[in-house]
Design a protein around this ligand. Structure first.
Ligand SMILES: O=C(O)CCC(=O)C(=O)O
Ligand SMILES: [Fe+2]
Length: 193
């Protein structure tokens, strides 16, 4: 369990593990992500600054449903295996991989991941970032934050996944991430493309 400076658990259900890949592997992963057909995150007329590509399963925000995406490329499979081991899941349960590049000025606003997914496991690459967490309390938000170190995996489950919202402030240096997700109980992954 990740703890803050005062030794408190950041939020139950947030866990991380450092140095899951070497700096050489990190560079190779970044090269692979940059070679993907990255597109700005779009929602209706809103255009996000972060660049993304989905594998396995995509999400159509306009229709509010999952859609088929290209299968996971081979270079993602060893990382998915490690992410699954960390989260104590079968690798095949992590049906989605979302790769993101946050150039300077790009971040991600407050949200909880879509309820069609259950487990969320992410690998951070490039510049370090802070994952901000908040949950609504009467009249205020309770807030926490957790470091996202490059080459570290983190996991959101339980309370951190379902109750708290998370966000990342606009980056000043480039960060890349790979987020794996499983489908929620009773939600079928679309047939692969
Ligand atoms: O970049 C990250 O590590 C987090 C991305 C995220 O929160 C999301 O895609 O839902
Ligand atoms: Fe998220």
């Amino acid at each position: 369990m990740t703890r803050d400076l005062f030794g408190l658990a950041v939020v139950p259900g947030f866990e991380s593990v450092s140095e899951i890949v070497t700096p050489e592997q990190e560079r190779a992963l970044i090269t692979q992500i940059d070679a993907c057909a990255l597109e700005p995150f779009r929602f209706q007329r809103w255009l996000g600054k972060r660049l993304t590509a989905s594998f396995g399963v995509g999400y159509d925000f306009a229709r509010g449903r999952v859609e088929a995406a290209d299968p996971l490329p081979d270079w993602l499979l060893p990382i998915r295996a490690r992410a699954a081991a960390f989260a104590r899941l079968a690798p095949e349960a992590l049906v989605q991989a979302l790769v993101i590049r946050y150039d300077p000025g790009a971040g991600i606003g407050w949200h909880r991941d879509r309820p069609v997914y259950e487990h969320v496991v992410g690998l951070s690459l490039g510049a370090p970032a802070i994952l901000r967490l908040r949950r609504r309390k009467p009249g205020h938000f309770e807030r926490r934050s957790a470091p996202l170190e490059p080459r570290a995996l983190y996991r959101l489950s339980g309370e951190a996944r379902h109750i708290w919202e998370h966000s990342i402030v606009e980056m000043t240096q480039t960060r890349w991430s790979i987020t794996f997700r499983s489908m929620a109980d009773g939600v079928r992954a679309p047939d692969p493309r």
